[in-house]
Design a protein around this ligand. Sequence first.
Ligand code: ZN
Length: 225
Amino acid sequence: MADQEPGSTADQPAQLSDGLAAGFPAGPLGGPVAAPPVSPSVDPPAEPASALAGQPDGFERLWVPHRMAYIGGEARPADGTPAACPFCTGPTKPDSEALIVARGQHVYAVLNLFPYNPGHLLICPYRHVPLLTDLDQTEACELVTFTQHAMRAIVQARGPHGFNLGINQGSAAGAGIAAHLHQHVVPRWKADSNFFPIVGQTRALPELLGQTRDAIAAAWEDTAC
Ligand SMILES: [Zn+2]
């Protein structure tokens, strides 16, 4: 599975409401009346995407339920050192901030900041090593156990029809962050691709990452490893 593999969206339809579909009555001359005023909200300051775990790819993200907004700044780490590595710095932050779903003794599960689908997790060792063959037996066993647990939690939280699992080894194989091993766990739904990735280099994602993290983290507690 290449990181740049074209992709996937959930089976929920995109809700690109322009107000006309929301049941507003017709105004003069048949046009729509203004939508009711919306309470002002204050968004927290945006955090640089490079500080969070995930792999940049060629796609922009359209976070459909909140508002039409493109999330940019998909910067890659400055170098291959642990100090610049989001998979090393992520576990130093609180779970909700780092989008970490669960922590084990040797590995942890984190939402991909650049998901193919809602619930796209990465299983990472804490050690900054590039290859599966760099793991000792204990780490390798927990990587597989966490992958199983992630699948069960995602099934409980989101009910996918299938999964893609994969590890890209080396930048030549498509690894976005080749210096730190990570196992992709990508939930799939029947007919979960649509035209967005093809025509707009954009993936439509029907929920925010924080919502996905909360749901899978709760399911993680309810499912056996
Ligand atoms: Zn690292």
